[in-house]
Design a protein around this ligand. Structure first.
Ligand SMILES: Nc1nc2c(ncn2[C@@H]2O[C@H](COP(=O)(O)OP(=O)(O)OP(=O)(O)O)[C@@H](O)[C@H]2O)c(=O)[nH]1
Ligand SMILES: [Mg+2]
Length: 609
């Protein structure tokens, strides 16, 4: 067995926002992969437009730095629970991990999830307690909690002996002892060289496991992964071994290695390294690229099952085809199935209706990001309310259940427990710190969590933190009664007028501005009562010849409540849809006319009898 002392492969894992991408910034900056005058900014690896807007990492990404002649391949991962599939997908490329923990928050649910995955894959962990520059950091306590977590999760005693660094990713410093003054992150690089085992190389012909895919309009598909055995050179004949057992011959086009933000073209790469290769037209994540003489597949990458599903359908609103570039069934279908190539924890299924597809993901945000991405690419379509994915096991209906943790203030305990009990949550733990702070844990079916995040943020004025982790499947707990009020539904097609909207505001909240085009069946607001009501928001004030001193005073409308995509998805009920186009997000009833809706209600009543 050989080792490659000139390479280390590490993955950076943590709970959301604990500073992974900022730490990568610090590593890139210190290793001087940029020109001196190059402006690089912050969160350099979060290059995707949605990542920049939301300030979170969505996709796992590769980079590398060179330190004292050793190339350190770095994989940055997302910390949000909905993107756990990304972490599972890339973890096998590494030999070691940097487990970041925020020194104020301490270990959080996703810290546990990713650490478990890393330890199961046999990675050598390095703990980095981050954000030590912050005033109220609790470094000693965080360390103690991390030690507890390792005791719970370690699969062998060696794993309990982990090095700890104290860092401020933001200031670009890391030290080995608590309280030491740091000036750069040299000690992090040294710690990696010393503790992360160099890649082990098996002798034999080429084996490369594809962990990621990219696309270039000139080069075609780019397969990214670690070479486990042998070497690969430009123009080498290879085979690709896919999930269905088929073996396809290809010739390698180009080979690239990572350095900073660049991909450098190289002629040859050897086992132990992480590289990108072109020339394989049909390659998927999890495939093995192998030597044609001895094609031996590596174990495929496994990722967790999706828990939430919703339908994506061709836009059937009266405004269909006006705002999107891609609106046909064929275009929608192709786009959704293409997403499966890289989005490993996503599933797409055809349904009985040829215009509608069932899409399953790891959570509401996972699906919302796909919707937003497609909308920006020019697609228009309609989506249904997300629902938890149920299964029938041994004849019994089962549903996913999650652990919900909330860190909040004493004053919110009452309102939160009341909201959650309606959602079938059970309080399992409550810890107070004596200073008004409280930590709550609930077991709650996934269906009860749908739409909870926005209600939670409103109830706690956005100050508090909630997290969820998937627990498993349990017997169906029964239906949850909807607590939402009815909708204000436009009764006619036309242009919303101030007068009409003012009438609507007499009934409840409105979602649209005057001059917004509306159609019959479009939801324009929230009623203050449980029933839906149809209302003509296009109605103008009758013109009279007599000018009265009061009637011409302009009507002052309350500004509309504008729902974001995620809020819109949370808002709708089973008989409603969200219409998504590059320009607008509209809410609508599935049945557009009031006559249809009334008929539906009366036939449902008859059905019950
Ligand atoms: N004060 C302080 N803030 C930090 C530090 N490291 C990161 N932050 C801030 O914490 C926030 C989150 O940082 P990110 O680097 O995006 O966190 P992340 O772990 O990559 O987040 P995800 O990829 O979305 O899971 C940003 O506002 C950073 O500026 C630090 O050492 N000190
Ligand atoms: Mg990040």
């Amino acid at each position: 067995m050989n080792y490659r002392s000139d390479i280390r492969n590490i993955v950076i894992i943590a709970h959301v926002d604990h500073g992974k991408t900022t730490l990568v910034d610090a590593m890139l900056k210190q290793s001087r992969v940029f020109r001196d005058n190059q402006k690089v900014g912050e969160l350099i690896m979060d290059q995707n437009a949605l990542e920049r807007e939301k300030g979170i990492t969505i996709l796992a990404k590769n980079t590398a730095v060179v330190y004292r002649g050793v190339k350190i391949n770095i994989i940055d991962t997302p910390g949000h629970v909905d993107f756990s599939g990304e972490v599972e997908r890339v973890i096998s490329m590494a030999d070691g991990c940097l487990l970041l923990v925020d020194s104020i928050e301490g270990p959080m649910p996703q810290t546990k999830f990713v650490l478990r995955k890393a330890l199961e894959s046999g990675l050598k962990p390095i703990v980095v307690i981050n954000k030590i520059d912050r005033q109220n950091s609790r470094i000693a306590e965080t360390l103690r909690l991390i030690q507890d977590l390792f005791l719970e999760l370690a699969t062998n005693a060696d794993q309990l002996d982990f090095p700890v660094l104290y860092a401020s990713a933001k200031e670009g410093t890391a030290v080995t002892e608590q309280g030491m003054k740091g000036k750069d992150i040299t000690s992090l690089f040294e710690c990696i060289l010393e503790n992360v085992p160099p890649p082990r190389i098996e002798s034999g012909p080429l084996q490369m496991l594809v962990s990621n895919l990219d696309y270039d309009s000139h080069k075609g598909k780019i397969a990214i992964g670690r070479i486990w055995r042998g070497k690969v050179a430009t123009h080498d004949p290879v085979v690709n071994m896919s999930a269905d057992g088929s073996i396809t011959r290809y010739e390698i086009g180009e080979i690239f290695t990572y350095l900073g933000l660049k991909r450098l073209k190289i002629e040859e790469a050897e086992a132990g390294d992480i590289v990108a290769v072109t020339g394989l037209e049909k390659v998927s994540i999890g495939d093995t690229i192998a030597n044609p003489e001895r094609p031996e597949a590596l174990p495929r990458i496994e990722v967790g099952e999706p828990t939430v599903e919703m339908t994506f359908g061709v836009n059937t609103s009266p405004f269909a085809g006006r705002e999107g570039r891609f609106s046909t069934t064929r275009q929608l279908r192709e786009r959704l199935y293409r997403e499966l190539e890289t989005n490993l924890s996503l599933r797409v299924q055809d349904t009985d209706s040829p215009d509608t597809f069932l899409v399953k993901g790891r959570g509401e945000l996972h699906l919302a990001i796909l919707i937003e991405t497609m909308r920006r690419e020019g697609y228009e379509f309609e989506v249904s309310k997300p629902e938890a994915i149920t299964k029938v096991i041994d004849g019994e209906l089962m549903e996913p259940v999650e652990v919900l943790t909330i860190d909040t203030k004493d004053e919110y305990i009452g309102v939160l427990t009341e909201m959650l009990s309606k959602r079938q949550a059970q309080l399992t733990d409550m810890r107070k710190d004596g200073h008004d702070n409280v930590h709550l844990e609930f077991r709650v079916p996934t269906k009860g969590l749908i739409g909870f995040r926005s209600a939670f943020l409103t109830a706690t004025r956005g100050e508090d933190i909630m997290n969820t982790t998937f627990l498993g499947y349990e017997a169906w707990h029964g239906d949850i009664a909807s607590t939402r009020n009815g909708a204000l539904v436009a009764s006619e097609q036309g242009i919303a007028a101030t007068y009409g909207l003012n009438n609507a505001q007499g009934r409840g909240l409105t979602f649209i501005e005057p001059s917004t085009p509306v159609y019959e069946g479009m939801i324009v607001g929230l009623n203050s009562r449980p029933q839906d009501i149809a209302i003509n928001v296009c109605k103008e004030k009758k013109k009279t010849n007599v000018r009265s001193s009061t009637s011409d005073i302009a009507v002052r409308l309350t500004p509309p409540v504008k729902l974001s995509l995620e809020q819109a998805i949370d808002f709708i009920g089973n008989d409603e849809l969200v219409e998504v186009t590059p320009e607008n997000i509209r809410l609508r009833k599935k049945l557009l006319t009031q006559a249809q809706r009334l008929r539906d209600i009366s036939s449902a009543r008859r059905g019950i009898k």
